[in-house]
Design a protein around this ligand. Structure first.
Ligand SMILES: *Cc1c(COP(=O)(O)O)cnc(C)c1O
Length: 478
């Protein structure tokens, strides 16, 4: 056994042998010789471990080199890079949620590469505050007296609870103890903030009297949380905002709502009914509203707390704010996005545009894209190519409008010679620009709602890459 292991160990290629292979050079240029060495040494270690477990394990230098090259490849290209979202889910959290408007991207560029007025007022030549760039805009657009921004909505909720209800009680309906996105869980957030959670009512019904009987000397806040990612059907009831507000104020309590998605102007369409705008929340008596910048609002990742001036002023004093403060690039993108709302140019905001797309327009796009794909796949050796345009249901995503179905169109594709749909989906994910698709039964789906012209080009280039087709030739004969 021992001898067997020693023999197998001797057959492992040396580091120098792999370093002398011709393809190594390009990886050294990308990530440096030391990083290349450390990747290879990881592969060799794994190989040794395999031999200890099973001295008969089959291996050869070619296989080891291939494994090393595979690992080097993932290190050599940028890890955070664009993908094509062909899923029809407009706010796809794992794919970065909202796309920024061009105006917002330009604003990021100009403050990123230059010094800026981040915390400086040219008028007085003295210190300004980073929050000032967006506060007046938020107030104009929501009717709030004051507003403050932090890193994201989770931070907005933690800061507010910590500043206004620490060591006191916060009353919340059992129907609103939600978990969103796997890591935002109301009970944990509450515990983290130092406020004691008092649950009232039941999962499907909570009445005003449930809240009233829970109020004690220790109560500081009534919290309402938007049940963003699910809906309870059947016999349900919750207390209207106006009633909660009246009750909270009669008892000298803060009434806060975690709205989740910050809808600044009403979106129409049957799928999008029912949710209030931030302004409507504030008008119905909510003292503080918290929401994200990168959901329905269509801006960068940011958390907003908007509402009563005296409460927001308490948040401004809190030490935690320094740790949750927003970066200049985010602020630039946010200010530019809010200005589009101010000018009523919501059509320039990609999230807005994609959610409100016209069905006929998507159908035309799907037909056009199908023709392009068909032309390209006709140049391959594939004998069976199944392409169709079909109606599909898209969604808003990002925990906004649970169960919302946006009627859209997709190009469906099946290439049986390449194996299962799952296999084809994987090949598309592994392209230089990964393409993330939808699927239905045995077909792969390209939902066009979330596809720009550039995305279509990326998909076509991806298929050329997959079939090693010459790009110029393919394009000139299009
Ligand atoms: C999305 C959401 C959050 C978390 O917001 P982030 O900006 O992702 O931190 C919190 N509460 C509700 C109700 C949400 O919908």
């Amino acid at each position: 056994m021992k001898e067997k292991i020693q023999n197998a160990m001797r057959n492992i290629p040396s580091m120098d042998k792999i370093l002398s292979m011709p393809w190594i050079g390009k990886y050294e240029a990308e990530i440096g010789r030391d990083s290349v060495k450390s990747v290879i040494s990881g592969v060799l270690d794994d190989q040794r471990e395999k031999i200890f477990k099973d001295p008969d394990v089959a291996f050869d230098t070619g296989k080891i080199a291939a494994e090393a090259e595979k690992r080097l490849k993932t290190r050599a290209h940028k890890s955070l890079r664009p993908v094509v979202n062909a899923t029809g889910v407009v706010l796809y959290t794992n794919l970065g949620r909202a796309l920024l408007a061009k105006e917002a991207v330009d604003a990021v560029n100009s403050v990123a590469a230059n010094y800026s007025t981040l915390e400086y007022s040219p008028e007085t030549g003295s210190r300004g505050h980073r929050n000032d760039h967006v506060e007046w805009l938020l107030c104009r657009l929501t009717g709030a007296e004051a507003a403050i921004v932090v890193n994201n909505n989770a931070a907005a909720v933690i800061l507010s609870l910590g500043a206004l209800a620490k060591d006191k009680e916060t009353v919340i309906s059992r129907g609103e103890l939600v978990e969103i996105g796997g890591s935002f869980r109301i009970p944990e957030i509450m515990a983290l903030s130092g406020s004691r959670m008092v649950e009232v009512g039941t999962t499907n019904k909570t009445h005003l009297r449930d809240y009233e009987s829970a109020i004690t000397e220790e109560t500081a806040m009534i919290l309402k949380v938007h049940t963003s990612n699910f809906s309870v059907q059947g016999f349900t009831s919750s207390v209207p905002r106006e009633e909660l507000a009246t009750m909270a104020h009669a008892n000298d309590l803060v009434f806060m709502e975690d709205l989740g998605s910050g809808m600044l102007v009403k979106m129409d369409g049957p799928a999008l009914k029912g949710d209030p705008t931030v302004k409507e929340c504030i008008e119905s008596g909510v003292d503080l509203v918290t929401f994200s910048g990168d959901k329905l609002l269509g801006g960068p990742q940011i958390g907003v707390i908007a509402g009563s001036a005296c409460l927001v002023d308490k948040l401004r004093q809190h030490q935690l704010l320094r740790a949750l403060r927003v970066d200049k690039m985010t602020l630039a993108a946010f200010e530019a996005t809010l200005r589009l709302y101010l000018k009523e140019e919501t059509g320039s905001i990609p999230t807005f545009r994609m959610i409100n797309r016209d069905a006929e327009d998507m159908k035309r796009q799907a037909k056009r894209f199908k023709r392009k794909l068909s032309g390209l796949l006709g140049k391959t050796r594939l004998r069976s190519v199944f392409l169709d345009v079909i109606p599909v249901n898209d969604t808003v995503g990002g925990g906004a409008f649970p169960g919302s179905e946006l009627p859209g169109y997709a190009v469906s594709l099946k290439l049986p010679e390449l194996g299962s749909t799952g296999k084809l989906a994987e090949k598309l994910r592994l392209l230089s620009v990964p393409v993330i698709t939808g699927a239905s039964e045995d077909r792969l789906l390209f939902h066009v709602r979330t596809l720009s012209e550039k995305d279509e080009k990326w998909i076509l280039d991806g298929f050329r890459e997959m079939f090693s087709l010459n790009r110029e030739k393919a394009e000139s004969s299009d």
